[in-house]
Design a protein around this ligand. Structure first.
Ligand code: HEM
Length: 159
């Protein structure tokens, strides 16, 4: 019984971390980015927002990896983990690692005067070859795959 509640908390933490990251990324692209593009926007402000969001993303990654690892172990021990389930889960994990790699390869702006000078030359990190956009699209796909995994589990339980 305790195990079930513990798993519930782990699944909940996994979902919150996923929502914070991908929800934040969608908010960035649809709401903040158009505002940042306005000529008058102060670059130090946009860089500060980017750098704070990057901290949230990195925290979410740690939570996702730890809780995802526990969910994975618990699912693979169950009968519902069919071949189809394992294939979709493997694709999901592969895409998740591509996302993690993209996040850690993104240059994060700093708010120090020196960092600001460098950032002005390259604008802020969100404008680099659309890596953040790619991360957001991959995140949306991963959400779909996660729902698919849940559906497979539910179907297995009904049969
Ligand atoms: C190391 C990386 C990850 C691993 C090992 C992992 C593993 C898992 C597993 C095993 C499940 C349970 C699926 C089921 O219902 O049977 C799950 C659920 C889920 N994962 Fe991940 N995951 C990882 C990364 C991510 C990322 C990057 C995202 C979002 C971008 C994400 C979003 C979700 C969501 C939304 C669920 C459904 C939670 C629910 O409503 O129960 N995961 N994950």
């Amino acid at each position: 019984m305790i195990d079930e509640y513990l798993l519930l908390i782990i699944r909940w933490s996994h979902s919150i971390a996923a929502v914070a990251w991908i929800g934040g990324a969608i908010f960035y692209w649809l709401v903040l980015k158009p505002i940042f593009k306005l000529k008058k926007t102060d670059i130090s402000f946009t860089n500060k927002v980017s750098s704070e969001f990057n901290k949230l993303v990195k925290l979410s990654i740690w939570v996702l990896v730890i809780t995802g690892g526990i969910l994975l172990t618990s699912r693979l021990a169950e009968e519902v983990a069919t071949f189809q389930y394992v294939i979709i889960l493997s694709i999901k994990i592969f895409l998740a690692f591509v996302m993690f790699f993209l996040v850690f390869s993104i240059r994060v702006p700093t708010s120090s005067p020196d960092g600001l000078q460098k950032n002005k030359a390259g604008l802020n990190f969100y404008y680099q070859i659309n890596k953040p956009l790619l991360v957001m699209v991959l995140g949306i796909i991963i959400f779909f795959l996660s729902e698919l995994l849940q559906l497979i589990v539910e179907q297995g339980l009904v049969k």
